[in-house]
Design a protein around this ligand. Structure first.
Ligand code: ADP
Length: 493
């Protein structure tokens, strides 16, 4: 009987279930949108029970849609929005507060307090992370402080914490397994990157009781089996943060391999194998995955506004009707005519770190047309990516030889060609756009020997298109110099 691997991709905007066969083909997809709540400006919350219900819904739906039986599912892998925090009652399974989503800034004051105490460096050294409400620790603190009696109950062992991987595993195993994997725990700000264990000093600092935290396990192993969901018990065999899953799905297994996901923002991850590299350029260090006792670390950098700049062209200043139109409009002119768009609408990230910076359009002349501005906006995604790649190269001492890409804006061929030109590196778009789910499927499949080795997985990798650099050196340097001048102008403005 033919067997398949099911991946659950529990994202910020939706939950999806995807079935893959042995050749990494997608057999079917089911998806349910999730509701976000914004109780105050800058706050983002979700209902953890809705997340659970959506997960059950898509698992059942994808089987029904494809006609594949539960007994044909060799394993389930879970990949998830990272850092999003839920705390629930260990006995009843009822969450004591909404899940606080990674984007939410409601726990900012805790981080500001620790910064004032000069603890930023101490925390970064242990965890590889920047002291920011993005990560789970301050979100846990927020819930324990704002739900009556929660701290006391947590200390008595009556409450459990989890990121979405842990929450789903706990629900799927009917409360038998309270477990997370190193890739997810490395984003809580409670784990020591060297020991891969919870750090006592950090737990004391945040006053978070050890007994509410999930057991830390590897990224690819059988954690438990589904209970009461299907006629048979299916092993759950991978838990992995979404960006790390994409890095795995892109088969970035060697030191220096980089993937970039061009979504609303960009997420760049570089595999640094067994090296924990602390960045001098404001990048983050975390765990990629741990398989058979071997841990791969990653350097991570992000661009805040990437596809969002294309959305701004569409919704903000109405220069285009659809995101995809940006490509045809950009290529209708042969250059930007000296125009640069710096879309730092929410400040400049790595390697500049100027949170107060605003965006700008520079180099306008009487000859500037809409299409030059559109082209310059698309190009800005490539320049910003190139800035993060330079920071990664500098921090790691590794020169990148190629970049694997995915995400919505990676459909734009002009963008990818320009990216290749500016980086002077091959840019490779994989055939599947579902690299995140595929990564989780691979990790689960390895645990149950559905795929025998990483090498076997590597052989499966299918390229959709390779972009080769074709810009001459002089022009490349000139363009990059122009971009840097534009960024400098924005910073001084
Ligand atoms: P996310 O996961 O962050 O929601 P997606 O990976 O779905 O994002 O990508 C959506 C983003 O990609 C949007 O910001 C959209 O403007 C942009 N986008 C989609 N298609 C194109 C295109 N052909 N060219 C440029 N940008 C695009």
């Amino acid at each position: 009987m033919q067997k398949y691997i099911m991946a659950i991709d529990q994202g910020t905007t939706s939950t999806r279930a995807i079935l893959f066969d042995r050749e990494s083909n997608i057999m079917g997809i089911a998806q349910k949108e999730l509701e976000n709540y914004y109780p105050k400006p800058g706050w983002v919350e979700q209902n953890a029970n809705d997340i659970w219900a959506s997960s059950v819904g898509v698992m059942v739906e994808v089987l029904a849609k494809t006609g594949i039986m539960d007994s044909q599912v060799a394993a389930i892998g879970i990949t998830n929005q990272r850092e999003t925090t839920v705390i629930w009652d260990k006995k009843t399974g009822v969450p004591i507060y909404n899940a606080i989503v990674w984007q939410s800034r409601q726990s900012d004051s805790y981080c500001e307090n620790l910064k004032k105490q000069g603890l930023e460096h101490f925390i970064k050294k242990k965890t590889g992370l920047l002291l920011d409400p993005y990560f789970s620790a301050s979100k846990i603190r927020y819930i324990l402080d704002h739900v009556e009696g929660a701290q006391e109950r947590a200390e008595k062992g009556e409450l459990l914490f989890g990121t979405m991987d842990t929450w789903l595993l706990w629900k799927m195993t009917k409360g038998k397994k309270h477990v997370s994997d190193v890739s997810n725990v490395s984003r809580t700000m409670l784990m020591n990157l060297e020991t891969l264990q919870y750090d006592e000093e950090l737990l004391n600092l945040w006053n978070i009781p050890r007994c509410m935290l999930p057991e830390i396990r590897s990224t690819s192993e059988i954690y438990g089996f589904t209970e009461g969901l299907f006629d048979c018990k299916i092993p759950i065999a991978s838990l992995v943060g979404d960006q790390q899953a994409a890095l795995f799905g892109q088969t970035c297994f060697e030191a220096g391999n980089v993937k970039n996901t061009y979504g609303t923002g960009c997420f760049l991850l570089m595999n640094t194998k067994n090296k924990i590299i602390h960045s001098n350029n404001g990048l983050i260090t975390c765990v990629g995955w741990k398989i058979d006792g071997v841990c791969d670390y990653v350097l991570e950098g992000s661009v805040f506004i990437a596809g969002a700049a294309i959305q701004w062209l569409r919704d903000g200043i109405a220069l285009i009707g659809k995101s995809s139109e940006s490509e045809q409009r950009a290529t209708s002119v042969s250059s930007c005519n000296g125009v640069y768009v710096v879309p730092s609408f929410t400040g400049l990230g790595a390697p500049y770190w100027k949170p107060q910076a605003k965006g700008g359009i520079l180099g306008l002349t009487r000859g500037t047309t809409q299409n030059h501005i559109i082209r310059a906006t698309v190009e800005s995604l490539a320049y910003q990516t190139s800035d993060v790649v330079s920071a990664m190269e500098e921090d790691s001492g590794l020169k990148i030889e190629k970049m694997l890409v995915d995400g919505g804006a990676s459909k734009n061929n002009f963008l990818l060609q320009f990216q290749s030109d500016i980086l002077n590196t091959e840019v490779i778009r994989s055939k599947t756009s579902e690299t995140t789910a595929l990564g989780a499927a691979y990790l689960a499949g390895l645990a149950v020997k559905y795929w025998k080795s990483v090498d076997e997985i590597k052989e499966q990798f299918q390229v959709s298109q390779v972009f080769q650099p074709s810009m001459n050196e002089v022009l490349r340097e000139q363009r990059i110099k122009g971009w840097k001048k534009a960024v400098d102008a924005i910073i001084s403005f």
